[in-house]
Design a protein around this ligand. Structure first.
Ligand SMILES: [Zn+2]
Length: 339
């Protein structure tokens, strides 16, 4: 793991967050071109990203997982309940996402005995960024289609349009259109002098501490949401906020907007959501990790990136190496238990 480069611009910094699919050309100009779509889907370069019950098809040797993409012939396009949704191209392959049935899942696993359908959150703990970006994009679009199968105005079934990027109500008198939805959320590492604020949510595993986060509410700016969430969760008043980077977070449909914030003082309190809130200097954080008194979120998350970049600035240390050496992340064992 290379050390994060704090001198890079925010575009690059956001691209470095896992689950960004920046490496794909989304081909938005082709979504309304049925002839082009048909040709692309039947070409040698077509690859299907299958989702079964919202789980992604992955395979891996050792600790590293990668996506398994299928040719259209392996699934049988005529057997699909919905037309494939266009994701985009990496210059060599053209990716489409498809939802598959239980029976198709059996066929796929028979042809790929080394593969399995896993929750992306677990599978991505050790995954190449390009694969993670494609799978996250596929999962997010598929989730939106699934959750908006019916019109929110008249209740009639919706139909896929624009190669899967638009839904239109099948009731011609209604004709309401809807577009992919994401829920904006803020995530913030609060600092005060040489310490940062981490919290433990009562619903998390024991010893898990992380940054503060919450959804942006109607009528709020992102900055308003940062100020409100930090006070609600930890009773801390802020005097400065700085945007850092963002991350698509398809669990199920968020866009995480990452900030650093400076607190006016170290006064704080716990809350119903954050049952424990503590200030840590870099040395205290390191000591707590080494003693396994504290466990951080996995490195795929922007929460970890915010903490790791702060730690690097404070003491020059590589937090990911420190955490991995302690063995508190055991991704493959976790994934097997959940599969
Ligand atoms: Zn309708």
């Amino acid at each position: 793991m290379s050390r994060p480069d704090l001198s890079i611009d925010r575009i690059t910094r956001s691209h470095d967050n896992l689950f960004t699919s920046v490496r794909l050309d989304r081909l938005a100009e082709r979504r309304e071109d049925p002839d082009w779509l048909r040709t692309a889907l039947h070409s040698e370069s077509a690859r299907l990203v299958p989702l079964w019950r919202n789980r992604s098809l992955v395979t891996g040797s050792g600790e590293r997982q990668r996506a398994v993409y299928l040719s259209p012939a392996e699934i049988g396009l005529d057997s699909l309940s919905q037309p494939p949704t266009l994701l985009g191209t990496d210059g060599k392959r053209c990716f489409f996402v498809v939802s598959i049935s239980d029976r198709q899942r059996e066929q796929v696993l028979a042809a790929h005995p080394e593969a399995q359908f896993l929750d992306l959150r677990l599978a991505s703990i050790d995954m190449d960024a390009k694969h993670a970006g494609v799978l996250a994009y596929a999962k997010a679009l598929h989730y939106w289609q699934y959750r908006h199968a019916f019109c929110g105005v008249c209740g009639s079934p919706n139909r896929l349009q624009s190669a899967g990027h638009r839904l239109i109500c099948s009731n011609e008198e209604c004709g309401r259109q809807s577009f992919p939805r994401i829920d904006p959320a803020i995530i913030v590492l609060v600092t005060q002098g040489d310490a940062c604020l981490l919290g433990h949510n009562g619903s998390w595993p024991p010893r898990r501490f992380s940054t503060l986060a919450g959804f942006v509410e109607p009528g709020e700016s992102l900055e308003d949401a940062v100020v409100r969430e930090v006070f609600e969760e930890a009773g801390v008043r802020l005097c400065d906020i700085r945007y850092v980077s963002s991350q698509p977070w398809p669990f199920p449909a968020s866009a995480m907007c990452g900030f650093y914030a400076e607190a006016a003082s170290r006064d704080h309190r716990a809350s119903t959501e954050m049952t424990e809130v503590r200030w840590f200097t870099a040395a205290e954080l390191e000591a707590a990790i080494r003693a396994d008194e504290l466990r951080l979120p996995p490195p795929v998350s922007i929460a970890f990136r915010l903490i790791a970049d702060w730690y690097l600035q404070c003491c020059g240390g590589d937090l990911e190496t420190l955490v991995r050496s302690g063995g508190s992340w055991r991704p493959r064992e976790q994934a097997r238990r959940q599969s």
